[in-house]
Design a protein around this ligand. Structure first.
Ligand SMILES: CC(C)(COP(=O)(O)OP(=O)(O)OC[C@H]1O[C@@H](n2cnc3c(N)ncnc32)[C@H](O)[C@@H]1OP(=O)(O)O)[C@@H](O)C(=O)NCCC(=O)NCCS
Length: 235
């Protein structure tokens, strides 16, 4: 069973310049309309490149992270696509990248643990998911709603579909909701279509909830080494 690698980066860690981006990435970046979108895109690229660098020892400028036609990120060195599955998520100045080297696909999603409206819960959560939320203490409900949503999005990224799938047709079960201690806990996303189960893991990091899912079923994700070698320093 493969353990996907993961790491996180904050907005403040992204170098100010563009010398760590490749020509195709620069083209994409210059086409992004708003400063906010550029900032989150750059944060995602920096985080993905950190994950690739931790696994393959490549410097940021040596690898390009380009969206495939379906939107999923892929890693390229020149015209050679690296044989790995890559996933990324960015939210409120924080990003996570996941990486797996076994044939298959990995998907991650990051959400801020913040209150969601009753309308959101009724629209996107199944009746049994809504019961799970309602059964939690008041102060834990925001975590569980965001966890469920994050699990659906991560599993949809495993399928390389994202919101093209109807996430109301995915049902999440998660373990360890009552546990006080942090760390990874298992979850499963059951698809009502013929796809069956996508399994993954969830944890909190400060005020975020993070899900990493994969097919085939992943082992507990391993955090990639955060300390960056000299080749990573671009200034
Ligand atoms: C995948 C998706 C659910 C993520 O949305 P989100 O939760 O708001 O954002 P996150 O930060 O968690 O994830 C964004 C990343 O998911 C990745 N992603 C996008 N589409 C993906 C797909 N089909 N499969 C896997 N990963 C995908 C990208 O790397 C993207 O980051 P980037 O755009 O900076 O490269 C959403 O972008 C989506 O549904 N995309 C596919 C449908 C689509 O293309 N709609 C048109 C949008 S204009």
């Amino acid at each position: 069973m493969d353990a996907p690698g993961w790491l996180s980066r904050h907005h403040a860690e992204v170098p100010a310049g563009c010398e760590w981006l490749g020509p195709n990435e620069l083209r994409v970046c210059s086409g992004l309309r708003t400063e906010l979108r550029r900032a989150s895109w750059r944060l995602g690229r920096w985080t993905a490149k950190a994950a690739i660098g931790a696994v393959h020892g490549l410097a940021p400028a040596e690898v390009q992270v380009i969206a495939a036609a379906d939107g999923a990120p892929e890693a390229w060195v020149g015209d050679r696509r690296l044989p790995l599955s890559l996933t990324l998520s960015h939210r409120a100045g924080f990003a996570v990248a996941g990486i797996s080297e076994v044939p298959g696909a990995v998907g991650c999603d990051l959400e801020l643990v913040e209150p969601r409206s009753g309308a959101f819960v009724r629209e996107w959560l199944s009746p049994s998911e809504q019961r799970l939320v309602a059964g939690q203490p008041q102060d834990a409900q925001a975590l569980v709603v965001n966890l469920i949503w994050s699990a659906k999005e991560a599993a949809a990224k495993v399928r390389r579909e994202g919101l093209r799938l109807d996430l109301r047709r995915a049902e999440v079960t998660a373990e360890g909701l009552e546990a006080e201690i942090g760390g990874w806990r298992p979850l499963a996303v059951y698809w009502e279509d013929s796809r069956g189960l996508t399994r993954g893991w969830w944890r909190t990091i400060d005020e975020w909830v993070l899900v990493i899912a994969a097919e085939p079923t992943p082992a507990i994700p391993r955090e990639l080494v955060r300390s960056e070698p000299t080749i990573w320093r671009t200034t």
